[in-house]
Design a protein around this ligand. Structure first.
Ligand SMILES: CC(C)(COP(=O)(O)OP(=O)(O)OC[C@H]1O[C@@H](n2cnc3c(N)ncnc32)[C@H](O)[C@@H]1OP(=O)(O)O)[C@@H](O)C(=O)NCCC(=O)NCCS
Length: 173
């Protein structure tokens, strides 16, 4: 079993579609204690712009300890979800992953990271804020957060229509 000490050897690797398919059981198990995060294989494998370029899996030794599913929306990296296995939460694995994602977004010329999480997920909201995320106006039961070193202004809204699943409207100025 991976211990908190071992997380010094954390490696963040590309989560390609092939890798996601192979690692799906381990990846899915990491949020097994969070029923609201339950996803089907189709959810994990759903296509999104540049998803397989930006998503990452966190490995210690040969064990999968976390993952980040990301894509691009407008000029931002969109963080669909960030998960660390329950055994290792609180050991700053999530903080290190978020920081590396910020580097990846910047290297790709993006303006930062945007994400949303349910308002009920108070611990995650305080985690994101402590790591430098700015909270945008809450929207439809979700906290919207932006992580950006450039300090740009952004307007984000969640929109729903009868024909599409909930989406995001993003504009920068
Ligand atoms: C949120 C999450 C990714 C943070 O990763 P992490 O490695 O635990 O984060 P760090 O060690 O860098 O920081 C710890 C902080 O994370 C937050 N956190 C959120 N949920 C937590 C949990 N179940 N256990 C421990 N810390 C948690 C707390 O703010 C904690 O700070 P605290 O110890 O002062 O309360 C991780 O806790 C997790 O996977 N939670 C469940 C899934 C989730 O809610 N993901 C975010 C929504 S997309």
């Amino acid at each position: 079993m991976t211990t908190r000490q071992d997380t010094n050897d954390l490696s963040l690797q590309a989560l390609t579609k092939d890798r996601m398919t192979t690692l799906l059981p381990q990846i899915d198990g990491l949020a097994a204690d969070e029923p609201w995060m339950a996803w089907t294989p189709e959810n994990y494998l759903r296509e999104a712009p540049r998803k397989w370029e930006f998503s990452r899996v966190a490995i210690v030794g040969s064990q999968v300890v976390g993952y980040a599913i990301c894509s691009v929306r407008g000029r931002f990296m969109w963080l669909h979800r960030l998960v660390v296995g329950s055994d290792l939460r609180g050991a700053r694995v999530g903080a290190r992953m978020l920081s590396q994602l910020q580097d990846i977004a910047e290297a790709a010329g993006l303006q930062g990271i945007l994400l949303k999480t349910p308002l009920a997920n108070a611990r995650a909201i305080s985690f994101y804020q402590r790591e430098g995320c700015v909270r945008l106006p809450d929207n439809q039961g979700f906290a919207l957060l932006r992580l950006s070193r450039s300090g740009c202004r952004v307007l984000v809204g969640i929109f729903t229509s009868p024909t599409t699943s909930p989406g995001l409207a993003i504009s920068t100025r």
